[in-house]
Design a protein around this ligand. Structure first.
Ligand code: NAD
Length: 324
């Protein structure tokens, strides 16, 4: 019986891709034995290679737990090529397979048959309805969303979201588990499309698309405005706390004339639709809002990840200083 987070001893992660390998690593870094469940030996091998590489970055940055070693972290992970044995005998299952409702429903029905009756079952869906997914389950009250952000081993946020049938206790224990593995969980009271993070992201993007389309500024300028103003500030003081500091009357006055002038469109942006139709999908095709011809997207990701590791180090130092 999972009464508290301390009753969770063993984790299974189903899915070996971008998110699955990183979530597996996050639990192993926190000291949990993790069953990494994939479709076959080849995908497990590929995921283990990625896990090793990411774990090496943690070790190099001095971010392993006190007394832990790279080998010990990796030794906590065991690969399973079939669901039945992978999820038997674990206390918490997190699923990170492709974002397809029918696929998730059928995989969850299979997982539930093999997992212990009282295990908590969590999906890393980006935005599918947990109520829909949990309809495939017999004991649907133990199902919840734990939405990690990419790269999952480096981004602190995990959104914890109940479906209509989810037991609030399951939400609380999942929240505590995310805290225990070093994440900054955010608990939603009820499900909403896009949860919180993607609603905020799309609100900003809708206005960025609009500014470019209206030729108010080009893509590089509008991205720079975000990076060097709000991006910096909101990392330290959130948007609502920021306006508290600025004075709510000021923002009330701005609201009286600005909202009317902003994009209130309801469908995908015409600018985005045009780019997708032209096959300009971003770095993967060489052209998106920026040209990626000859530009090393991998290098940008590496630089970003190093900065995220530094941020984690700062978080750890701040936490240690607060305890001292
Ligand atoms: P991915 O494509 O990298 O990995 C998908 C995994 O699903 C692979 O292990 C693949 O083998 C498995 N899979 C696909 N079809 C399958 C099938 N028929 N049966 C069994 N397994 C199957 O995808 P990802 O980016 O890791 O995304 C996984 C989940 O995480 C999705 O729900 C996605 O929306 C969510 N998510 C992704 C991101 C992101 O930025 N990539 C961020 C947050 C959440």
């Amino acid at each position: 019986m999972i009464e508290t987070v301390d009753d969770i001893k063993t984790i299974a992660n189903v899915g070996t891709g971008t998110m699955g390998h990183a979530i597996t690593l996050q639990f192993a870094l926190a000291g949990y034995p993790v069953h990494l469940v994939g479709r076959g030996e080849a995908s497990l091998e590929k995921a283990m290679k990625a896990i090793r590489s990411d774990a090496e970055d943690f070790a190099e940055a001095g971010l392993l737990k006190d007394g832990d070693t790279l080998d010990a972290v990796l030794a906590r992970i065991t690969g399973y090529a079939d669901y039945a044995s992978g999820v038997a005998d674990v206390d918490f299952v997190i699923e990170a397979v492709s974002e397809n409702l029918d696929l998730k429903k059928s995989i969850w029905a299979e997982i539930e048959q093999a997992a212990p009756d009282d295990a908590i079952l969590a999906t890393n869906t980006s935005g599918l309805s947990p109520t829909e997914i949990q309809s495939a389950l017999k004991k649907s009250e133990r199902f919840v969303v734990a939405h990690f952000w990419n790269p999952a081993q480096l981004m602190p946020l995990v959104e914890v979201v109940p479906g209509e049938k989810t037991d609030p206790h399951v939400v609380d224990v999942t929240f505590d588990l995310m805290t225990k593995i070093g994440k900054k969980p955010a608990k939603l009271n009820k499900e909403a499309l896009g949860f919180i993070g993607n609603r905020l992201q799309m609100a900003v993007l809708r206005e960025e698309f609009h500014i470019i389309q209206e030729r108010i500024a080009d893509a590089a300028t509008v991205d720079d405005v975000m990076k060097y103003s709000l991006g910096r500030r909101w990392n330290l003081v959130g948007p609502l706390a920021s306006i508290d500091l600025g004075g709510l009357d000021v923002f009330y006055n701005i609201s009286t004339y600005l909202f009317d002038d902003m994009d209130n469109g309801t469908g995908p942006s015409p600018l985005l639709a045009e780019k997708v139709k032209a096959g300009d999908l971003g770095a993967k095709t060489g052209q998106g809002f920026f040209s990626w011809q000859g530009e090393d997207g991998k290098r940008i990701i590496e630089t970003r990840n190093k900065a995220l590791l530094r941020a984690l180090k700062n978080d750890a130092a701040d936490a240690a200083a607060a305890q001292a």
